[in-house]
Design a protein around this ligand. Structure first.
Ligand SMILES: C[S@@+](CC[C@H](N)C(=O)[O-])C[C@H]1O[C@@H](n2cnc3c(N)ncnc32)[C@H](O)[C@@H]1O
Length: 232
């Protein structure tokens, strides 16, 4: 049932053009993180909660021969990702849930996920799926703006209308460690474009006023890095 609600909600977001808004809002942070990942030629990369697929396409262009697969619960998001697809890159988009990935075991060198994993109705099941589809030594990089220390995001579930996991930085690390990941670390990434001008600030659902926007911006996005253990 929760998956149906998630799909319906994000189908509406896709129809309302929220994919382009998310790209504008998160593009700088996504590029900062992607610039720090040492993506090697030929890597198979999973983009979890890909939305309209703009990060999937960035991942596919990040090194020669990289192949990126975007997964999203919303058929409308995936349809929009396919519409925006370019045949010059190796990217594909599939409808699926974090908790049941219809993807082969050990397929991926890395997983990337932006502003999505806190929607998981069952985080433990989602992390177990990541363990399954990653190769030994594979990496996960999750980037989220909704986390407990970012206090002025607390009202977001009332706006989205879907449950959202509100974990602290330490709780995210614990969840990954409990799922068997190693080398788990966290870092904050602040949008390098800065706050902008107060006079030209436009309120939105998540940033309804200037004070909220300033607080959320300064707190930054939480970047969680984790690795699947190598075979000994
Ligand atoms: C806030 S959007 C972010 C999309 C994209 N990563 C971006 O930054 O533009 C969250 C996405 O996660 C997807 N999603 C939420 N819960 C999901 C789940 N349990 N399984 C798969 N996708 C899910 C939604 O459909 C939505 O497209």
């Amino acid at each position: 049932m929760t998956h149906e609600i998630l799909a319906e909600t994000f189908d509406r977001w896709a129809a309302a053009g929220r994919g382009a808004e998310m790209e504008a809002e998160h593009g700088d942070v996504a590029r900062q993180v992607l610039g720090k990942l040492k993506i090697r030629p030929g890597e198979q990369i999973l983009d979890l909660g890909c939305g309209t697929g703009w990060t999937t396409r960035l991942l596919a262009k990040s090194a020669a021969g990289t192949q990126a697969t975007g997964v999203d619960i919303s058929p409308a998001m995936v349809a929009e990702a396919e519409r925006q697809h370019s045949n010059t890159i190796r990217a594909r988009y599939v409808v699926g849930s974090f908790e049941h990935l219809d993807l082969p075991e050990g397929r991926f060198h890395r997983v990337f996920s932006l502003e999505a994993l806190y929607y998981a109705p069952d985080l433990a099941a989602a992390l177990a799926e990541l363990q399954r589809v990653l190769r030994p030594g594979g990496a996960v990089d999750v980037v989220i703006e909704y986390y407990a220390e970012n206090t002025r995001t607390e009202f977001w579930p009332q706006k989205t209308g879907v449950p959202m996991l509100r974990l602290s930085e330490a709780q995210w690390r614990e969840a990954f460690e409990r799922a068997g990941f190693v080398s788990v670390s966290t870092e904050r990434i602040v949008d390098s474009r800065g706050l902008g001008e107060h006079a030209s600030f436009t309120p939105s659902e998540c940033y309804p006023d200037w004070d909220t926007w300033c607080a959320v911006h300064r707190s930054g996005f939480l970047w969680i890095h984790a690795e699947k253990p190598r075979l000994s």
